[in-house]
Design a protein around this ligand. Structure first.
Ligand code: PEP
Ligand code: MN
Length: 337
C-alpha cells in the first residue's frame, strides 16, 4: 500500500502520517519526490490505515499495491519515468543508443570509438573499466585508468558515459566518473551493491540476470528505488535457454512485459543477448520495434583484435549503417532515434 501525500503537504503532516502508521505496527518507507511525497506502507494488516487515514491532513490518496515490487510498479506511478542524464532523456520519445567497446583497452581506442558514436548519432558512450571475467586469467580491464579515459572521451564529445561497477566500496569513484552506473547481469542480485547505488541517487542501468525472471529484475530494481533512487534503466540482455547457437536468448517479450508492469525505461543489449555480430543489426531493429527505449551495443574499431567480446562487437561501418536503419524503425513507430 502507498499513501500519496498532496503536493502542498507540509513536512509536519508527512511526519504525523508516518508516526500514525508506525503506531499500527507497520513500517514506513517515504520517497520524497520533486512534487509529492509517497509513503510506502509495509506490513501484514493494513486495514487500520485504510480506515483511519483517508481524511488525514495532507493525505491525497491511499492506493493498495498488489505487486511485490511496489515503487517500480506502474500501479504506483502510471506515467513513464524519463531519466535525464547530461541532457540525454531516457524513456522519452527518442530511442537512446548507447554504444562502445566491451572494455576500455586504451586511450586511443576509447577516444576513437567515442568520436564515431557521436558521429553516427549515438547518445551515450559505454565501456567497461573493471571487467571481472568468467576466467580470472582473462583481461580484467584497465581499472581507474580506464575510468579516466572515459572521462576524457566524455569531455571531448559531450557524450555521457555508462560503465559497470562491481564493488560497492568504489561507489564514490564511480559517482565521479560515470554518468550512469551499470549493474552487470551477474550482479543483479548483489543486494549490497543495489542498496549502495540506491543511496547514491546516481542513475543506474540494471541488467537482467541470465537466469532471472522478469519479476526478479523488478524486485532488484525495488532494492534501489526503496532507497529513494528512481533513476533506474532496466536492461534485457538475454537469458539462458537450451539454445547454444546464440550466447543467450534475447527475450523480447520482456520488453513489452516490463513496459506494462513498470514505469521505468527499458533498454535492450542485443550484443550479450546473441553474442554473434552478424545477428545484432536485426535484433537491434526488433528491439526498437518492440518498444525498447534504448539499445546498448558493443562496437570496436577492430573487432578481431578486441581484448573482450570481439565476436559480438560491430565494426564502425556496420554500426553506422545500423544506426540509419534504427532511425527508420523508430520513425515508423512514432519515435525518433
Ligand atoms: C557488459 O555489458 O559489458 C557485460 C559484462 O554484460 P552482462 O553483465 O550483461 O554480461
Ligand atoms: Mn561485453
Amino acid at each position: 500500500m502507498i499513501v500519496v501525500m498532496s503536493q502542498d503537504a507540509t513536512r509536519e503532516q508527512i511526519e504525523a502520517v508516518m508516526r500514525k502508521i508506525e503506531e499500527f505496527g507497520l513500517k514506513t518507507h517515504p520517497i520524497y519526490g520533486v512534487l509529492k511525497t509517497v509513503i510506502g506502507v509495509i506490513g501484514d494488516d493494513k486495514t487500520k490505515v485504510v480506515e483511519t487515514m483517508a481524511g488525514y491532513p495532507g493525505v491525497e490518496q491511499i492506493i493498495p499495491i498488489l505487486k511485490p515490487y511496489k515503487f517500480a510498479s506502474r500501479e504506483t506511478h502510471p506515467q513513464d519515468t524519463v531519466i535525464e542524464v547530461a541532457g540525454v532523456r531516457i524513456g522519452g520519445d527518442k530511442v537512446v543508443v548507447m554504444a562502445g567497446p566491451c572494455a576500455v583497452e586504451s586511450r586511443e581506442q576509447i577516444l576513437n570509438t567515442a568520436r564515431l558514436v557521436k558521429l553516427a548519432g549515438g547518445s551515450v558512450l559505454r565501456g567497461g573499466a573493471f571487467k571481472p571475467r568468467t576466467s580470472p586469467y582473462s583481461f580484467q580491464g584497465l581499472g581507474e585508468e580506464g575510468l579516466r579515459y572515459l572521462a576524457e572521451a566524455r569531455a571531448e564529445t559531450g557524450l555521457p558515459v555508462v560503465t559497470e561497477l562491481t564493488d560497492p566500496r568504489m561507489i564514490d569513484v564511480f559517482c565521479e566518473y560515470a554518468d550512469i552506473i551499470q549493474v552487470g547481469a551477474r550482479n543483479m542480485q548483489n543486494f549490497v551493491l543495489l542498496t549502495e547505488i540506491g543511496r547514491s541517487g546516481h542513475p543506474v542501468l540494471l541488467k537482467r540476470g541470465p537466469s532471472s525472471k522478469i519479476e526478479d529484475l523488478l524486485l532488484a530494481a525495488e532494492y534501489i528505488i526503496k532507497e529513494g533512487n528512481r533513476k533506474i534503466i532496466l536492461c534485457e540482455r538475454g537469458i539462458s535457454t537450451f539454445e547454444t547457437y546464440t550466447r543467450n536468448t534475447l527475450d523480447l517479450s520482456a520488453v513489452a512485459a516490463l513496459k506494462k508492469l513498470s514505469h521505468l525505461p527499458v533498454v535492450v543489449d542485443p550484443s550479450h543477448s546473441v553474442g554473434v555480430a552478424s545477428l545484432i543489426p536485426a535484433m537491434s531493429l526488433a528491439a526498437v520495434a518492440a518498444g525498447a527505449d534504448g539499445l546498448l551495443v558493443e562496437i570496436h574499431p577492430n573487432p578481431n583484435a578486441a581484448l573482450c567480446d570481439g565476436p559480438q562487437s560491430l565494426d564502425f561501418e556496420t554500426f553506422s549503417a545500423t544506426m540509419s536503419k534504427i532511425r527508420k524503425v523508430a520513425r515508423a513507430i512514432g519515435r525518433e532515434a
